[in-house]
Write a protein that binds this ligand. Structure first.
Ligand SMILES: NC(=O)C1=CN([C@@H]2O[C@H](COP(=O)(O)OP(=O)(O)OC[C@H]3O[C@@H](n4cnc5c(N)ncnc54)[C@H](O)[C@@H]3O)[C@@H](O)[C@H]2O)C=CC1
Ligand SMILES: O=C(CO)[C@H](O)[C@H](O)COP(=O)(O)O
Length: 300
């Protein structure tokens, strides 16, 4: 099978390598010419523009199969706008990025090709193992791309069709909400151990938990790695956490559906808080205690 890959960054490059390794052909494009050159060195056919990319796919009347792995939002629309004149109903476009599910539904309706929204989990660290793929969109397009999904995922069990357009990215959005809550839970547990009554080696704790404990997981293996590489105090790692868009979407959706997701909401709030220089609400509480109780105001 032949696959065109647009976006050759941390994730797209893994798609290229795994698809090539499975014996398929890859045509590769990125706005960064160095990324195209690297993919060509790995065995992909390079394209210098999206026009050249689209024209070199689907020779002899064959359908085009395209995997987008670009940042969510405008880059997806920009790539689709340029590809549109080259696409027909037999072709398949997969968006493997973290797009909002409503954008995916809109794009599926507008795209001349069959459109699959594919939530991708595993991250660059999952390059060797393969990803977990949550796919939404038409069943015939999904079935046609099974050889590609087998290659990019951990194997046949690492991908499935979730349902119609949008469902793949919907499931991935909720996955990320769960990711936030799990990170928060591990963070709180290790914080208590760090501040607690015993002088503990947190790498040893994580390693012990990872071997047979109820709470073992890949995130916990990453905790073990973090303590091993940074030290039990986490060295100079700052208490600022970036990101937040997929968690925000999860909470927005939960509010709209009237589903309580307090842990995910709390984890998202903690992430936002981590970025605040000084919390206005805490400063006001400090001053209010003087207001009602004449308690001393602590000043900077
Ligand atoms: N890094 C991660 O852990 C994960 C990322 N994702 C999602 O996968 C997508 C890609 O993520 P990364 O590979 O980490 O990003 P990245 O920033 O490493 O790579 C993005 C690539 O897309 C290229 N690009 C941007 N606009 C383009 C356009 N219009 N046409 C062609 N190429 C373009 C950039 O030059 C860059 O090489 C994002 O939607 C991200 O949210 C999903 C799961 C995990
Ligand atoms: O999808 C992912 C992991 O599953 C990406 O790493 C994503 O960037 C994580 O979300 P955030 O940037 O909000 O932490």
């Amino acid at each position: 099978m032949e696959l065109g890959v647009v976006g050759l960054g941390r994730m797209g490059r893994i798609v290229v390598d795994r698809v090539l390794e499975a014996g398929h052909d890859v045509v590769a494009f990125d706005v960064d010419p160095d990324a195209v050159e690297d993919a060509a060195a790995a065995g992909a056919t390079p394209a210098e523009s999206l026009d050249e990319f689209a024209e070199s796919l689907g020779g002899a009347g064959e359908a085009k199969r395209i995997w987008l792995m670009v940042p969510a939002g405008d880059p997806v629309d920009a790539a689709l706008d340029e590809l549109e004149p080259h696409l027909s109903a037999d072709d398949v476009v997969v968006d493997g990025g973290n797009s909002h599910f409503e954008d995916s539904v809109r794009r599926a309706e507008a795209c001349p090709a069959r459109y699959l929204d594919c939530g991708t989990s595993g991250g660059p660290a999952g390059a060797d193992l393969g990803f977990s793929l949550m796919v939404g969109g038409p069943a015939d397009a999904y079935d046609e791309l099974v050889p590609v999904f087998d290659a990019v995922a951990t194997g046949p069990a690492g991908h499935d069709r979730m349902g119609p357009a949008g469902s793949g990215h919907y499931v991935k959005m909720v996955h990320n909400g769960v990711e936030y809550a799990l990170m928060q839970a591990y963070g709180e547990g290790f914080e208590l151990l760090h501040e607690g009554r015993y002088d503990l080696d947190l790498e040893a704790v994580a390693r012990t938990w990872n071997n047979g404990a109820v709470i073992r997981s890949w995130l916990l293996e990453l905790c073990e790695e973090a303590f091993r590489e940074e030290g039990t105090d986490l060295g100079d790692v700052a208490d600022h956490v970036a990101g937040g868009s997929t968690g925000t979407w999860t909470v927005q959706e939960a509010l709209e559906r009237e589903v309580a997701v307090p842990l995910i909401y709390q984890a998202l709030g903690e992430r936002f808080d981590s970025r605040a220089e000084a919390k206005f609400s805490r400063r006001l509480a400090n001053r209010l205690r003087y207001g009602f109780g004449r308690h001393e105001v602590e000043r900077e």
